[in-house]
Design a protein around this ligand. Structure first.
Ligand code: GLU
Length: 562
């Protein structure tokens, strides 16, 4: 019988400790147990003795151990706890990787990296780290229509923000002579021909599985035409090189796809060229020449993998191991580079780090740590099933990182200045971090008038507790709110379930705007927030925020998550 009571106290204490990430008060746990199990009410004295024992036992456990114990003893209760359990998932093993891997991340320099890129960048990196080997960053700048010259630098910065280890950087625009050489060889091997059909004419023939008139030309004729292309003797659209595939292929997009095209406009920012390799050609040549052993990329590349296989086969090369992960829907942010660019040009977005965008810059500005992005992406994994990106998981990962470091401060939204009647002047001391008293305290002097969040007062509570200060009775006189001092005791506030409210001294609070994706929240914050430029803090009961700018006439903070 005694054991039953002890067990139940233990489970409730664990539950409470896990839920609030701190050791509960004995009275709280006993109250909960007696509420749920009235049969124990007659044993209140015994319960309080047992409670002390139980709490000292819980105190010795780490937070993970507390959760694990709870899961063993009371799985139902454990599942009810709202705080999501953050666990580390492992990626599946890769075949043929035991002796090390060579992998690549191959973005187009069309804009900064976003969450979609982060998935490819992180997953390939994770495998290189796991198996050892080499990670190549290959800048795929073979389409001058999709190059933003500033993106070259932005991509490098974003990769370094993500904390990815790159062993070699390759620019495809440095390799055009190589592509031409292999283009020539592919023609010599009978694997490609120069096609001078008009696009539409070729398309119609292709639909009918019919060879175009250029297909039967001899190797010599094709080489001469290829040289003419390189010498700039064709206008745009007048000639292209096509890979000879299978005209009967069930997928028309597979039939004699292009390998090179002519472009006179726009000019390439790094090189002077008129003949441009298309992605499937340059990717195949590079994956082979750079010794890439494993390619992890999205399902949208499955058709490209098929096309690339033709090129590998003509050259007699072994193909890398390919894995294609499912699509990832990302809600709530803009991801299309062209849409982002348009919005920036029109002034709708502030820049590439506008928090409504899904760029890594935007996440960084909001105070999301690269390690959280990394873990969230690894949790999604390389499965083929389409999924949606879980912001909740990203936030849970980030919370684990920022919670132990973020200093705590008060932020009062939509402040209203109110005098507190009959209150002794005093100074409130509040810990910078509840789990680390050594960091010190913030000092908030109370000298008569405080700033309080308008929305809290408008709820018209009878009593409120000003956090770390004292209790206040709220009443109305002639339509005006009147606040009267009602003692210092926290327990009294608890007894009447008074809401605990953020406040700031009227004479030293600083104006602060908390920028959220859905709009700005105007408020005031503690003066010490000035020292936190660039850091993530926790505005108590509001959420985490990254302090972006302290130089202007108001502090600018970006909301991270709750
Ligand atoms: N540059 C290509 C892209 O960003 C990737 C090519 C690849 O992964 O094979 O879509």
């Amino acid at each position: 019988m005694e054991d039953d009571l002890r067990n139940i106290l233990y489970i409730f204490a664990l539950q409470n400790a896990v839920k609030h990430s701190s050791l509960p008060k004995p009275g709280t746990v006993i109250g909960m147990v007696m509420g749920k199990y009235p049969e124990f009410r007659s044993r209140a004295r015994e319960a309080s003795v047992l409670m002390d024992e139980v709490l000292s036992q819980v105190a010795t456990l780490s937070s993970v151990e507390r959760e694990d114990q709870l899961r063993i003893l009371a799985p139902d209760v454990a599942d009810d706890i709202s705080r999501p359990r953050v666990h580390i998932k492992e990626l599946p093993r890769l075949e043929k990787a035991e002796h090390g891997v060579v992998m690549r991340f191959a973005p187009n320099p069309s804009g900064p990296l976003h969450l979609g890129h982060a998935r490819a960048a992180v997953l390939n990196d994770a495998y290189v780290k796991r198996y050892g080997g080499k990670y190549i960053l290959r800048i795929e700048d073979t389409d001058p229509k999709r190059i933003d010259s500033e993106a070259y630098q932005m991509v490098i910065e974003d990769i370094s923000w993500l904390g990815i280890t790159i062993h070699e950087v390759v620019y495809q625009s440095d390799r055009f002579d190589l592509y031409y050489r292999y283009g020539r060889e592919l023609i010599e091997r009978g694997g490609a021909y120069v096609c001078s059909c008009e696009n539409e004419q070729f398309r119609q023939l292709k639909q009918k599985k019919t060879a175009c008139p250029c297909r039967p030309l001899s190797v010599e004729e094709n080489l001469t035409l290829f040289d003419k292309m390189l010498a700039g003797e064709f206008y745009e659209g007048e000639a292209s090189v096509r890979v000879r595939t299978d005209l009967d292929h069930p997928d028309p997009a597979m039939r004699d796809f292009p390998a090179f095209r002519i472009l006179h406009q726009p000019l390439h920012p790094r090189i002077d060229a008129v003949v441009y390799p298309l992605m499937n050609f340059s990717v195949s040549i590079d994956d082979h020449l750079l010794g890439v052993t494993h390619v992890i990329r999205g399902k949208d590349h499955i058709a490209n993998t098929r096309r690339q296989r033709y090129i590998f086969d003509y050259f007699g090369w072994d193909v890398p191991v390919y894995r294609h992960y499912g699509r990832m829907g990302i809600e709530g942010v803009v991801l299309s580079t062209s849409q982002m660019r348009q919005g920036i040009v029109s002034g709708e977005y502030e820049g590439w780090d506008d928090i409504r965008l899904g760029t890594l810059r935007a996440l960084s500005r909001r105070g999301i740590s690269p390690d959280a992005v990394r873990q969230a992406v690894i949790d999604i994994g390389i499965g083929e099933t389409d999924i949606s990106f879980s912001w909740d998981n990203l936030y849970a990962q980030n919370r684990m990182i920022v919670d132990p470091v973020a200093n705590r401060y008060f932020f009062v939204s939509h402040p209203v200045g109110l005098e507190i009647r009959d209150a002794p002047h005093q100074v409130a001391h509040a810990l910078l971090h509840p789990n680390e008293p050594v960091r010190g305290k913030r000092i908030l002097p109370f000298t008569g008038t405080v700033l309080l969040p308008r929305e809290e007062i408008e709820k018209e509570p009878a009593v409120i507790r000003l956090k770390d200060l004292f209790n206040v009775i709220v009443s109305r006189e002639d339509g005006e709110y009147v606040l009267t001092y009602a003692g210092d005791q926290l327990s009294e506030a608890r007894d009447v379930k008074a809401p605990i409210i953020q406040w700031l001294p009227a004479d030293c609070a600083l104006p602060c705007v908390l920028r959220k994706q859905e709009g700005d929240v105007l408020g005031v914050c503690e003066p010490d927030v000035m020292r936190e430029a660039g850091s993530v803090v926790q505005f108590e009961r509001v959420g985490f925020a990254r302090i972006d700018d302290t130089a202007g006439d108001r502090i600018v903070a970006y909301f991270t998550h709750r």
